[in-house]
Design a protein around this ligand. Structure first.
Ligand SMILES: Cc1ncc(COP(=O)(O)O)c(C=O)c1O
Length: 402
């Protein structure tokens, strides 16, 4: 007789959680008690926000809030369906028209989130007879999108164009030559704030007939003309960057993913991406707030300018004090300290002093590259920045980092 195994179906839940806690790899959630603004309340304490992706402060911009309120009054709180059935309202279509105009692209498509865009589109673009070539530090949503595809995979060293060229040449030698090749990369890397050499990638892509896909989550609202993103930053021909993916959850201050490119891309994407087809569409206030955020970016260039003024001031002053702020070329400013324990201590002491900036440790970054990551914001005043810098200086000395 076969011996029946007695299984505890859920024991692993607490076991694995305890293991995470033991290794200090669990997330301890900080709670924001009010809007995401520079002087905010977190866990009952007044702090200076230095870790929000709301780069331009648009989540609380009066025009953005007003648009959301009006849309609820006119259209209600929800859309009632997925986009392909009855969940496409005129405001969804208008948002896509406005986004394409902003990006100077033929067409755009809005997904529920950036994660859903990557997870939904990548596995449709490439399959069994194809190859995906990915930067080694790409975002988790790209990695999951790649995992959902049946294509072969190759990884090139971070932003290293010689290595990308090597992978492409090897791909050309592949016994049954690939039907399609997809090169995929983050535009701005969220842990280090460096920018991918998209001009060189586009050139190599064109030489090898590859699809070029950039995830510009941290570039839009930040790089390029009026915050139009990385394609604008490098003044690239749109026909050489086939998919420009992004998110409304960062500089636009709301939520939602999107892609921009050719009409063919958009027609293909919405007919094939399961995350788009099978998940409820954005509620009216979200859609209207996203459109209003585009409007603000088009009409009020001062926000992007202030973001960069703050970025250069903070980076320079921190560097002059002796901090290692890495090779960031964007408002993401890591303060690299080495050991995980030091990064954690730095962040917790900063919080005590009234500065909210999270530690980023292994496995998110290399073991000896632990850091406290700061994100600059257009709404920070000079006084806010000086407060942050003096807190870093005080604790940096205390912990013998500088
Ligand atoms: C590079 C990158 N891609 C995609 C995403 C996902 O975007 P969303 O928040 O819209 O799901 C993020 C957000 O963390 C990101 O940093």
């Amino acid at each position: 007789m076969v011996k029946k195994i007695m299984r505890n179906p859920t024991a692993f839940l607490s076991e694995e959680y305890r293991e995470l806690v033991k290794k200090e790899l669990d997330w301890k959630l900080r709670v924001l008690q009010g809007p995401s603004i520079p002087r905010c309340e977190v866990d009952g304490k007044q702090v200076l926000m230095l870790c929000s992706n709301n780069y331009l402060g648009l989540s609380t911009h009066p025009k953005v809030k007003e648009a959301a309120i009006k849309a609820i009054q006119t259209y209600g709180a929800g859309s009632g369906s997925v986009r392909p059935i009855a969940g496409t309202m005129d405001i969804h279509v208008e948002l896509e028209r406005r986004l394409a105009g902003f990006k100077h692209a033929e067409a755009s498509l809005v997904y529920q989130t950036g994660f859903a865009a990557n997870a939904g589109l990548i596995p449709q673009l490439v399959g069994e007879d194809d190859l995906i070539i990915s930067d080694e530090l790409n975002h988790g949503s790209i990695i999951d999108g790649v995992r959902l595809s049946h294509a072969d995979r190759a990884v090139y060293k971070h932003t290293n164009m010689e290595d990308l060229e090597r992978v492409l040449s090897e791909a050309e030698k592949h016994s049954s030559s690939y039907r399609r090749i997809l090169i995929i990369t983050d535009g701005v890397f969220s842990m280090d704030g460096d920018i991918t050499p998209l001009d060189k990638i586009a050139k190599l892509g064109a030489e090898h007939g590859a699809i070029v896909y950039v995830d510009d989550a941290h570039g839009e609202g930040v790089l390029g003309e009026g915050g139009r993103g990385i394609v604008s930053h490098f003044k690239l021909n749109r026909r050489k960057v086939h998919v420009e993916m992004g998110t409304f959850s960062k500089a636009f201050g709301v939520v939602g993913g999107h892609i921009s490119g050719s009409k063919d891309l958009v027609n293909f994407a919405y007919n094939k991406s399961r995350t788009w087809l099978l998940s409820g569409s954005h509620p009216p206030p979200v859609v209207a707030a996203c459109t209003a955020a585009i409007d603000v970016l088009e009409k009020e260039p001062q926000h992007v300018k202030r973001l960069w003024d703050n970025t250069w001031y903070f980076k320079k002053t921190m560097k002059d004090l002796g901090f290692d702020v890495g090779n960031s070329q964007t408002p993401i400013t890591p303060v690299i300290v080495g050991e995980s324990g030091v990064a954690k201590k730095l962040s917790s002491r900063l919080f005590e002093e009234g500065v909210f900036a999270l530690p980023i440790v292994f496995p998110m970054v290399a073991k000896d590259k632990a850091r406290t990551r700061t994100m600059m914001n257009a709404q920070l005043t000079k006084e806010d920045l000086d407060f942050a810098i003096s807190s870093f200086e005080k604790i940096g000395k205390e912990l013998k980092i500088i």
